[in-house]
Every structure is written in C-alpha cells, then in structure tokens.
Ligand binder design. Structure first.
Ligand SMILES: *Cc1c(COP(=O)(O)O)cnc(C)c1O
Length: 390
C-alpha cells in the first residue's frame, strides 16, 4: 500500500480530528523512519517526544518480547514485578523520601489523576498558565491554556484561572488559600518550547507552600531525560508535590504516571481512582529498558552536548532569531512566520520536524541521535533558509 492508497483508506475510515496526514510510516530504526513509498526520513520529532531511545531499539524490543511471552496483562486486582520496579526507579529519580506512583496510559490521564488528587485537599480552585498544554480530556482541557482547543467544548471545569506563563506577579495574585493546585510545565512544549525565567519554579514552590496549594509539574514532554535531567525542573532545586509523566516514559509504548510526593502521596484511598491498563507489564518493561539505555549510555549528557552544538550552529544561520529549550527539546524561532513552509521544505529533504507556532520549529529527536545526524539536520536547515532568503 502506497502513501496515496493509505490516505484514501484513512480518509474513508478515520475521524477527521487529525486532518488528513499525507505520510504513512511502515518501519523505523534509530532516528530513521521509512514511509509507505520506501522513502527514508530523519526523525527529528521522535513521535512527538516519545521515542526517547529511537525506533526499534534492541533493548526495548528484547524487553517487550520477553515480557509479552511471560505475561501481557494482569489488571489492577493483582500486582506484578515490572510496575513495582518502575515505580521504585521513578521515586528514586525524584529524590523525595516519600512518594507514590499511579500508572496510566497518557499525559491527559496523568493530569486528570493530579486534578482528582487535588480535590482531596478540600479545595477546588485551580491555577494554570496561558498557552499551556495539559491534554484533551475534559479535566485536562480545563487546565490547558489554549482558547482554540477549549472553546468548542465549553463549559469546562469551573474555577480555573489562567495566568501568563513565567509571570511571578500574576501567580502571586492568582494563588490564594483556596487554591487546590497550581499546574505548570517546566518548559512549555506545545506552545513552542517556551522557557520560563530562571527561578520561576522556585517562587511557585514558595507561593504554594505559603498558601497550602499543591504544586503540580507537568513533565509529560520534558521528562525521561529529554532536557538533560530526568524530569526537567531539577535545575531549580525544588521538589514539587506532583509530577506527571507520559510521552517518552514508555520508550515508545503508551504509558503515563502521576507521582505524588510527601503528604499528598497518601490522599488517594482504595476506590478513589483507577485505570484498567494502568501500569501494564509490557509498557513498564519497555520503560525500564529505556531508562537502562539512558543510564548506561549517559544519554542525558549526550542531549546537553547536542543542545550546545545545535545552539552554536543556529546562532550563525541567517533567518533564525533564537533557539530556546534544553537538551533535545528545542524551539528554533525564525525571524519570519515561515515555520510551516520550512517544515514542509525539510520534509521534502527527508527530515521531520514540527511547526509548533507560525514562527517556531520544534525538534524532539531521540536522545540516541548521532552527531552525524545532528550535523545533517543543521546543514539541511541552513540550506532551506538560504533558499528562502534568495
Ligand atoms: C502531550 C502533552 C500532554 C498530553 O499527553 P497525551 O498523552 O497526548 O494525553 C500533556 N501535557 C504536556 C506537557 C504534553 O506535552
């Protein structure tokens, strides 16, 4: 089946919520994807920050095959070892003395779980940020600060205040003794890789402590080492009350988690929440394998090294305003509103990126991306901009 044939069948069968994709991918290895017509692409989007160790990584394939042969699913009436091992790993990464994990499948579900947990404070008011993305389900959408995504589905959950991202004064005004939780992304991914001023999360930690609100950090996109740290907020030297994870967590398989730290780790009681597939053994095995690859190959250090290479190279490319972000979650801000055209031109050259906004190209390649692949990406990008500026 060619791309074209698939497109016709897709359009006849799928809801049109994703528009009409033109490409179908049939295989992948590392940072290279192969489409239905046999054309190869360098994947600099990594399945939107999901394929953290690349496609078909042997360690993931091995772990998944071994687990599915042994036991594929058990439900939450029973325990199984992989979920326990993964929870222990994640809690270890938080550095907190006391924490508990709830496993689910997606980022939206992880944030839904955080939202429900916050109700256990006895408060209902919520504070989130403008432009933030926290997911598409009704609760998560209520937290999402993007009017275009919200408006067709009003009314959403009441009592959510959205304040400008990175603005400490606005947060100071919005957070009160009635606030149940404050949710922010350490770096806003979908909004175009927006980095807050240094110290922002530290001030939020203080404000939440003062007023008794939970500080929830949505690390769905910044997590799993992508930013050069396990979660993406560690440079601020704080510990939040709740961390939500998904995207890269499953190493390419569906897996989400809500980690509650300290007192709030005790809020959920039997019967309060659940998910049939939450903490599925196969997804947990893939996640453990991904973590092991990240640790053994020091991929967080690699991510930082690539960030430096990319930022240095792009500072010399005409047509680029700046490169924002950390590790391998980067937003390349163009001088003109040409991101969609640049993304299209890169695709024609066999490179996949995402036009996150009119001016911003977002990249989130696998942490296993090679220096040669990074160099190829940089030179292709430079030549696309050179052609555009002729
Ligand atoms: C992608 C994303 C989500 C939603 O995750 P899904 O798995 O699509 O539900 C939530 N928060 C952030 C920061 C994200 O990037």
């Amino acid at each position: 089946m060619s791309n074209k044939e698939m497109s016709a069948r897709w359009q006849a069968t799928m809801q049109s919520n994703y528009g009409n994709p033109e490409l179908a991918f049939v295989s992948g290895k590392g940072s290279v994807l192969v489409d239905a017509d046999g054309k190869k692409y360098l994947d600099f989007l990594g399945g939107i920050a999901t394929s953290v160790v690349g496609h078909a990584h042997p360690a993931i394939v091995k772990a998944v095959c071994a687990q599915i042969k042994e036991l594929g699913h058990v439900s939450n009436f029973y325990m199984h070892p992989r979920a326990i091992e993964l929870a222990e790993k994640l809690i270890g990464f938080t550095g907190a003395a006391k924490a508990r994990v709830f496993f689910c499948q997606s980022g939206a579900e992880a944030n839904e779980a955080a939202l429900k947990l916050s109700r256990k404070t006895g408060r209902v008011q919520l504070v989130a940020t403008e432009g933030a993305f926290h997911g598409r389900t009704m609760g998560a959408l209520s937290l999402t600060g993007q009017p275009a995504k919200r408006e067709p589905f009003l009314p959403l959950i009441k009592d959510v205040k959205h304040v400008p991202y990175g603005d400490v004064k606005a947060m100071n005004r919005a957070i009160s003794r009635k606030t149940a939780m404050v949710i922010v992304e350490p770096i806003m991914g979908e909004a175009g890789v927006i980095v807050p001023p240094l110290g922002y999360l530290k001030v939020l930690r203080q404000l939440c402590d003062e007023r008794g609100a939970l500080l929830v950090l949505d690390c769905v996109q910044t997590g799993m080492g992508r930013t050069g740290q396990w979660f993406g907020f560690e440079n601020e030297g704080i510990i939040p009350d709740v961390i939500t994870l998904a995207k890269s967590l499953g190493g390419g398989l569906p897996l989400g988690a809500m980690i509650a730290i300290g007192d709030c780790s005790e809020y959920f009681k039997p019967g309060d929440h659940g998910s049939t597939f939450g903490g599925n053994p196969v997804s947990c095995a893939a996640s453990l394998a991904a973590i092991s690859v990240i640790e053994k190959r020091a991929l967080m250090k690699c991510a930082i090294a690539h960030e430096r290479e990319i930022k240095a190279a792009f500072s010399k490319i005409v047509g680029v305003k700046e490169v924002r972000g950390s590790g391998l979650l980067l937003g390349i801000e163009l001088l003109e509103e040409s991101a969609a055209r640049v993304a299209q031109a890169l695709r024609a050259k066999g490179i996949l990126v995402n036009a996150a906004t009119a001016k911003t190209i977002r990249i989130a390649p696998a942490l296993t991306v090679s220096s040669a692949e990074v160099a190829h990406f940089i030179s292709a990008f430079a030549s696309v901009l050179k052609e555009a500026h002729k």
